[in-house]
Write a protein of this length. Sequence first.
Length: 105
Amino acid sequence: MKKSKVTAQEHEKRQGKFQQTVKDKADRKMTARREGDRTIWYGLGLFGIVGWSVAIPTLMGVAFGIWLDATLDDPYSWTLMMLFLGVIIGCFNAWYWVQRESQDE
């Protein structure tokens, strides 16, 4: 059997790669320890925030649209337009909350 010789450069490269792997694993472990308090309740809470941040603007848009339909005599359905606008505003609002929570991580 023939043993392959490892050059000094290859040895240093492997050692550097090993050290980087150990450092990455240690960093992940420290991050997990810091954020260990995030449980299923945290996920459900975030899910609730996202849901309400879409639902409230949507319902407000529908209520405003119904009021506009009752007040104005237009051939347009203000309820549908305000529903659409409320959903768009709610989606941007939910996106904001998700971005904010992901930056905290």
